[in-house]
Ligand binder design. Structure first.
Ligand code: FBP
Length: 255
């Protein structure tokens, strides 16, 4: 069985990460989809053809659809999730899959959301701690979606709370932390600095124009992040493989 280093090298190509995320069906609901991308095959095909370094999905999609893409794109299995029907005040993401399932599905990493600052933070720290320990045993890298959220967080994109969330990911043992972009190179540099040896990637966010999205991608990389876990800005795009190529050039060029 592959070890931690081998698995991580599949997700991080030349030290860079370009993940395609498609857990929005659970996190946001079908409202994010159109007639094409509501079909998981449409998105998985983009992940394979676009040369993504990983595909972040929930187990239901993995069990039912991944077979046809075996060996084409590394799997990042999300192990927890929630809907956005529940109010954000008490933000909590429940464990819905296990490390053993991730191994069975051939995952090269697991993804885990932690709402830093939420009233449910302690529960999520504890649950991730157990999962992280099991991942250590089997050599599975961990990617934490570290989102400051809940009634104590007035601004989820404030640089201090995002940096704090990134630092939590380092302290809790994540290999890679995924955060929301803080809006400027300077502020994002602070996030990267706070995370130290835990590599930082940015979420894509809601659909922007190509110019806006690519400008953000450049800033993220200039701040010292290693890549993206992007969803809607790719699979909601009328030409997903074209925007992927442009993003790939930015992520894999030298800064
Ligand atoms: P996008 O690039 O579409 O923003 O996806 C990134 C992501 O982290 C998904 O993995 C997840 O479903 C979603 O954003 C969570 O968004 P929210 O901030 O609304 O919880």
């Amino acid at each position: 069985m592959a070890g931690h280093k081998t698995r991580l090298s599949r997700i991080m190509r030349n030290g860079r990460v370009m993940l395609l995320a498609m857990d929005q069906g659970l996190e946001h609901g079908p409202v994010d989809f159109n007639e094409k991308n509501i079909n998981p095959d449409y998105v998985l095909d983009i992940a394979a053809k676009g040369g993504f370094t990983g595909l972040a999905i929930q187990k239901g999609i993995a069990y039912k659809y991944l077979e046809n893409y075996a060996g084409q794109v590394p799997l990042v299995l999300k192990l927890n999730g929630k809907t956005n029907i529940v109010p954000k005040d008490e933000a909590y993401s429940a464990p819905v899959a296990t490390v053993k399932e991730a191994i069975k599905l051939g995952a090269d990493a697991i993804g885990y959301t932690i709402y830093v600052g939420s009233p449910n933070e302690a529960k999520m720290f504890h649950e991730f701690g157990l999962i992280r320990a099991e991942c250590e045993e089997y050599g599975i890298p961990t990617i934490v979606w570290a989102y400051p959220r809940g009634k104590y967080i007035p601004d989820e994109k404030d640089k201090n709370v995002v940096a704090y969330a990134a630092r939590c990911a380092l302290e809790l043992g994540a290999d890679i932390v995924k955060v929301n972009y803080t809006g400027s190179i300077e502020s994002f540099k602070y996030v990267v600095q706070a995370a130290q040896k835990c590599k930082v990637i940015s979420a894509g966010g809601s659909k922007q124009t190509d110019e806006e999205f690519l400008a953000k991608a450049k800033e993220v990389m200039q701040a010292g992040a290693v890549g993206f876990a992007v969803g809607r800005n790719v699979w909601q795009h009328p030409h997903p493989l074209e925007i992927t190529e442009k993003l790939k050039k930015i992520i894999f060029s030298q800064y």
